[in-house]
Write a protein that binds this ligand. Structure first.
Ligand code: NAD
Length: 500
């Protein structure tokens, strides 16, 4: 890899030199949509068209499903020696690392994330995830049931077959890897349907998987819109499972489509409105720092962003000031190709207006802007929103109940621990939460009482492939990451033999 540019101009020149592939990756080759349709990718950085992508539909999905089924039936990957699977997937991870700059640039152009993060977080975590599951390839054990002396029952884990992975735009490479890593190591074939806002990095993964030795037909990447490409995938009678990450609203549709078609399995990773509970004895500097990173990282376009701060009334105003200060001094907003920027552009114009609309609504509802609150860098033509704090909110407000999915944190006061628990759980979601206190008894009580898939204590957004990730309630079901993720891509078969 060349040296990293140290200026915006340097990165812009590297981006301009990219050869961008926008065609679908099906049966081991790049092909246009059957009807030749394409759609334009507008970069959120400057509002300009920078690529054209295959606008795939039902015919393209059908072709990919046929290829995926043929690969399953042939056994070329499903029945491959676990050591071979491991070797191929380890090479895949290595190739992701070797192509880090191309992947990072595409992710920045598509999504508006800052280059410092796509290069140092998104791409490495994508590669690490594939490596993690590669290393489990020869550690997936079957069982023998405890029966009487004349019977032997093997309880075998078998791959489900054809998996449709439908993913969102906020972490395309990381969430894509969370699906394809465990699905592939389990022996399935996968059709990855990236979000229409962020297809380009995923399309590169198709090429790299093939280069690593994954047989043709085992991984397809079919770009397109939700209704036109995602829906026929989720309704397809020959798809065995949909692994979905996205909004709660569309997640519910996946269950409908499964019921309307072949009762395929569904795993859902959906939205969140995750609370921080900050008790009066908390380390406010540590809490403010983590709250700021937890809501402003990735422009707040993070499913588990800590978007509700439940602050004890006695420390609320000091905490608000410290969150604003942490943002001002350590999380600067800037052009995504500025090496120092930590907060970039919103993914698209519509999302920017949605976030600004919530800031306006919050004020109408009675909250007060304590920090930020407006559009930024408008002269670039890109879609930027200032990191914002809405103070003095109540949990009943729309801004406290609905996912804003932007750099906007809502601060709500509470008086007692019992009230904090009630407010934390007063949401349809249950993805994540944090508890800030020096009293470990209170921390224990609160973390048990809050209904969420992850509860952090005196920290936020720490993550590892070793821990399962996913939600309670309308944040979904099924878990990504950890060995548990493999189970959902496999079924149990009992093979019972009796002896005389
Ligand atoms: P979205 O639900 O609009 O889209 C997600 C995916 O579904 C995209 O690929 C889209 O094309 C597809 N889709 C849309 N309509 C469809 C339909 N009718 N049939 C089939 N597919 C369809 O979500 P988004 O705006 O891309 O992403 C943001 C959402 O994702 C937020 O709600 C966020 O919380 C959630 N998210 C959750 C997690 C998690 O792990 N829990 C992680 C990241 C994002």
């Amino acid at each position: 890899m060349l040296d990293r540019p140290t200026t915006r101009e340097g990165w812009t020149a590297r981006a301009a030199a990219l050869k961008i592939e926008g065609r679908a990756f099906v049966d081991g080759a790049y092909i246009p949509a059957r009807d030749g349709a394409t759609f334009a990718r507008i970069s959120p950085i400057d509002g300009k068209v920078f690529a054209h992508v295959a606008d795939c539909g039902e015919a393209d999905i059908h072709r990919a499903v046929k290829g995926a089924r043929a690969a399953v039936e042939s056994g070329v990957w499903r029945d491959a020696d676990p050591l071979h699977k491991k070797k191929v997937l380890l090479r895949f991870a290595e190739l992701i690392r070797e192509n880090a700059e191309e992947l990072a640039l595409l992710e920045t152009l598509d999504v508006g994330k800052v280059i410092a993060n796509t290069l140092d977080v998104d791409v490495p975590l994508c590669a690490n995830c594939i490596q993690y599951y590669a290393e489990l390839a020869d550690k997936i054990y079957d069982e023998v049931a405890p029966l009487g002396p004349k019977d032997v029952a093997m309880v075998r884990k078998e791959p489900l077959g054809v998996i449709g992975a439908i993913v969102p735009w906020n972490y395309p490479l990381i969430i894509g890897a969370w699906k394809i890593g465990p699905a592939l190591v389990a022996g399935n074939s996968v059709i990855l349907k990236p979000a229409e806002q962020s297809p380009l990095g995923s399309l590169v993964l198709g090429r790299l998987a093939k280069e690593a030795g994954l047989p043709d037909g085992v991984l397809h990447v079919v770009p397109g819109f939700g209704e036109k490409a995602g829906k026929p995938l989720a309704l397809h009678p020959d798809v065995d499972m949909i692994a979905f990450t996205g909004s709660t609203e569309v997640g519910k549709l996946m269950m409908v489509y499964a019921g309307q078609s072949n009762m395929k399995r569904v795993a859902l990773e959906c939205g969140g409105k995750s609370p921080h509970v900050v008790m009066p004895d908390a380390d406010l500097d540590a809490a403010a720092e983590a709250i700021a990173w937890g809501i402003y990282y990735n422009q707040g376009e993070t499913c588990h962003a800590g978007s509700r701060v439940l602050a004890h009334a006695s420390i609320r105003s000091a905490l608000v000031e410290k969150i604003a200060e942490a943002q001002r001094s350590r999380i600067p907003l800037g052009h995504p190709f500025d090496p120092g920027a930590q907060l970039g552009a919103m993914v698209e114009e519509r999302q920017m207006h949605r976030v600004l609309g919530y800031i306006e609504l919050g004020q109408k509802e009675g909250a007060r802007i304590a920090h930020g609150g407006g559009r930024a860098l408008a002269e670039t033509g890109g879609f930027y929103v200032e990191p914002t704090i809405l103070d003095g909110a109540t949990n009943a407000m729309h801004i406290a109940q609905e996912e804003i999915f932007g750099p906007v944190v809502v601060v709500i006061p509470f008086a007692t621990e019992a009230e904090a628990v009630r407010l934390a759980n007063d949401t349809i979601y249950g993805l994540a939460a944090a508890v800030w206190t020096r009293d470990m008894n209170a921390a224990h009580r609160l973390s048990r009482a809050i209904r969420a898939g992850t509860v952090w204590v005196n920290t936020y957004d720490r993550s590892s492939l070793a821990t399962p990730f996913g939600g309670f309630r309308q944040s979904g079901f099924g878990r990504d990451r950890s060995p548990h993720a493999i189970d959902k891509y496999m079924d149990l078969k009992t093979i019972w033999t009796s002896f005389r």
